[in-house]
Design a protein around this ligand. Structure first.
Ligand code: APR
Ligand code: ZN
Ligand code: ZN
Length: 361
């Protein structure tokens, strides 16, 4: 039976989001309805509501979520009612060329649930990023649900659905940070902070956090940074070189997404070091570099898409480490808020004093 629930809806480009009643149908073939317990507020939600990415308003937002599977449709074997799950915003197909070559992050046929949720008047809602989890309940593809240990706090578990996984994965999956490595992380917001945490988990000996905001550097220290550099007053590349015996870092993670920080990342790597680009640039951004520096320093330039994560492998593992007290995922929850406070959380993003606001239902 279709049910009516409260959800955050973006009605028009740039307009404040509002909480309204939506209709969630029964799950169809391969789908599940999940009762959302918590959902983090991500920059991408704000970008969607500001317009320009997908202008099919009205739509649902929220994609860093955890909750309980309520009902499943035909053919669902992955999860069952009652399971505690973390959602991901890309159900991969497992069949396409990318999936077959072990690169599901680049799947050509993601099959998130076809949108069938509506407003009360029947207007169709598109869930931005394929989830729509700022809602009491949402409809997803079963492949978007990953079971994890139900002992985990939902507000913490949900964060693995996007930014925190992107940062941890940038370090441990894309960057292959290893024991004893030196790592520099440029930009220590939610994503960069998670890259610091991931680097510590991987056993990095030196973790240099770079940011323009001292509050972010203080947080990075708590997450495991051994050194901090405020790049408004210090040259980031020189500082990283100095802290690594004049060499540069084995792995440099860029978590801002701007030309100047891409350039810093590029020059802060050791000879044959690895640059991991997890900050997302905008379409008009350009960077000019001497080709001889690209060639001469060697190493690898890698972009990290969703932390190169495999949800079924990484979500349960990271939750287990968190429950064992070995991974401080709780540090990313700056505040918990109600469903009707998402718009205020967007405003706070501009002030830079929160890592993550998390809606708890
Ligand atoms: N140099 C260093 N740090 C910077 C600079 C700069 N020039 N400009 C901004 N920063 C810092 C900010 O102070 C902030 O701490 O980068 C951090 C960005 O963090 P958030 O705004 O919290 O963004 P986050 O969610 O971490 O995402 C960062 O990764 O996945 C991508 O799309 C995402 O491009 C975005 C990036
Ligand atoms: Zn996100
Ligand atoms: Zn695929």
């Amino acid at each position: 039976m279709a049910q009516q629930v409260k959800a955050v809806v973006a009605r028009a480009k740039g307009a404040p989001v509002e909480v309204t009643t939506i209709v969630v149908p029964d799950p169809g073939l391969g789908e599940a309805v999940v009762r959302i317990q918590a959902c983090g507020v991500c920059h991408t939600d704000l970008h969607y509501r500001e317009g320009g990415i997908n202008d099919e308003f009205p739509f649902l937002l929220g994609h860093e979520a955890a909750g309980i599977v309520e009902t499943v449709g035909e053919g669902v074997t992955e999860v069952a009612p009652g399971d505690f799950v973390v959602l991901n915003w890309r159900a991969v197909c497992g069949q396409c060329r990318s999936c077959q070559r072990g690169r599901p992050q680049y799947c050509f046929n993601t099959h998130n649930a076809k949108q069938k949720m509506t407003l009360l008047d029947g207007t169709e809602l598109s869930p931005a990023l394929g989830i729509g989890a700022f809602a009491e309940k949402t409809l997803v593809a079963a492949g978007q649900c990953t079971k994890v240990d139900p002992a985990a706090d939902p507000a913490v578990a949900g964060l693995l659905g996007c930014g925190v996984m992107a940062g941890i994965g940038a370090a441990i999956n894309t960057g292959n940070v290893g024991r004893g490595d030196s790592v520099a992380v440029i930009g220590c917001g939610g994503v960069g902070g998670a890259a610091v945490l991931g680097s510590r988990l991987a056993g990095a000996a030196k973790i240099i956090a770079v940011d323009i905001d001292d509050r972010k550097l203080a947080t990075a220290r708590k997450l495991g940074a051994t050194h901090t550099v405020n790049s408004t007053s210090t040259d980031a590349v020189e500082a990283i070189r100095e802290l690594t015996g004049g060499n540069g870092a084995d792995v440099v993670v860029e978590a801002v997404g701007r030309p100047e920080t891409y350039k810093q990342a590029f020059y802060a790597r050791d000879l044959a070091g690895t640059v991991v680009l997890v900050g997302v640039p905008t379409p008009e951004m350009q960077l000019e570099l001497p080709l001889l520096d690209v060639f001469g320093r060697g190493g690898a330039l890698k972009s990290s898409w969703y932390g190169d994560c495999l949800p079924s492998r990484d979500f349960p593992m990271l939750i287990d480490l968190y429950l064992q007290g070995r991974l401080d995922l709780g540090a990313f929850v700056s505040e918990t808020i109600e469903l009707d406070a998402v718009e205020q959380a967007f405003e706070r993003m501009h002030h830079g004093d929160v890592l993550r606001s998390v809606v708890v239902l």
